[in-house]
Design a protein. Sequence first.
Length: 365
Amino acid sequence: MYYNKCMKNVYIHIPFCKSKCKYCSFVSFPRLELKEQYLQALAKEIRTCYSGETLDTLYFGGGTPSVLTPQEFKKLIDLFNIDDKTEITTELNPETITYEYLEGLKDAKINRLSFGCQTFDDKILKLIGRRHSAQDVEQTVKLAQKAGFNNISLDFIYGLPEQTTEGFNEDLKRAVSLGIQHISLYGLKLDEQCYFYENPPKNLPDEDIQVDMYLTALGSLKDFEHYEISNFSLPGFHSRHNLNYWNNNTYYGFGVAAHGYENGTRYFNTSDLDEYINNPITHKSSHNLTEQEQLEEEIFLGFRKMEGINIEKIDKKFNINFREKYAAPLKKCTSYKYLSETNTGFKLTTNGILISNIIFADFLE
């Protein structure tokens, strides 16, 4: 098995939030008094584990990365080798962003922004515990454009309490009217770690309505390239960082609860903030993937892309005959028109996307 040892992509987890949204199960803490200690630990992990490659992508996720000052971003970015081609993204919450702050991010070399919008319905925003309003999002996007950012993404959730298909469609039309370059859509899922799991809200759209919302989005975003199950962009504005995940390539993961992938090994940092601050350079756990596990990841991650999987590349990488090895699920899924054949392999159809997890399971041994 061939491994590319050159790691060119970095994810950094900023775990702080002023308050937790009611649907959120990500690892985050309202403990901003520990921010300075955390950044020191983060710098120590980076200096210890990063090998000096020139990065293709650098991504700040959270939590709420916008609790960092531009100067704090710059100190972290300066720990890496970057060039003019490096995509540097940060997630931002729109409620406290100023023009001066955005100028500072620009000076720190950040060139892609991802705003957590979720919906433009102020009533629903309040219901789910968001701290911003619809007007905050519009104003912040305009400020970012004024500051010179031309690669801006908005995140939306569909299936929120009291949300309708018509309302979701209006959200997307409003987003497109802002002149942004990228939109991510996520169906609401309530994990055990979130407030709504123990306190289910009323008027949650059922699965059929969520399907209607997703299908509506395909029409509303017809001028965008649908390049991954949940992601849409104008030409040339795909998220290169996330495509690296879906291409099953390697990446560093720095920070509490961060995951990384190197030489066939997936590693995980502790989710305990105090434990991470005290010892940021020892991974909590790691798993050496078997060749079969690597193959299965290559398949289900590849199927998330609208271009699908390239079976010639898979055959070469894993020394298999894909058509023979997976003859049964290929026959089943193509006969039901869940998969269609391409010039290079197979991809999900629209109906296949709607039951993608079931299809992925067919390719697991």
